[in-house]
Design a protein around this ligand. Sequence first.
Ligand code: PEP
Length: 251
Amino acid sequence: MTKSPRRAFVAANWKMHGTRWMVLDYATDWPEVPAEVDVVLCPPWGYLDRVRSVLDGKGIRFGVQHTAIEPRGAFTGEHAAEMAGDLGAAFAIVGHSERRRLFGETDEVVAGKFAAALRAGLTPILCVGEVLDERRQGAAETVVATQLDAVMDQCGAPMLAGCVIAYEPVWAIGTGETATPAEAQEMHAAIRAKLVREGVELADTVRIVYGGSVKATNAQELFAEPDIDGALVGGASLDAVEFAEICCAAA
Ligand code: PEP
């Protein structure tokens, strides 16, 4: 199978992990990664500035794991997408399954956050994916299509051009259970076909990355699939050397 000319994209989702010292170690341990891979680190908000300052110049870009919908105001504890941009972030993860499940983010809220990221000049990394029961019932594609429709209905299909979509089957996140390359490829192809049908301009340039227990040991076989353009990596991204290995596998 031939790979497309789309640039590989690998992002780290540190979730709520890290310390000021871990950030320094990470920068020290970070090896060189081929320039043809887009590498993005999404640390917790509180460490974004520090991560950026110690890793700047290493060919890495930065993102946040969530934002508020509103640009400013009396929303105690929240962070606006505009603030992420002000701190040098270029990406925002939107609709991660942990935000949907643990913080009650509905499809409508996710669409609002997608719009907020665009408004602030950030590239959304839009997470979609089904839970295990939905897969067992044969509803995985319908669930993912509904999640995409919510964003397209609120923001307009053309707004997906240029964004990154992360297919993250919920049953594979943090479980050590990975979708097989064939299962992931099937969903990625279905997502791309949907984008083409919806008339997303240049749908072929939208990167669709896989997330769910990606490690250095399984990255290569996933990236060999024609529609898997990279990965969103949780647990394995906390180790600079392993995360860099995954980035190299995508090159
Ligand atoms: C994630 O949190 O987006 C993720 C894919 O986690 P993990 O790699 O740990 O499964």
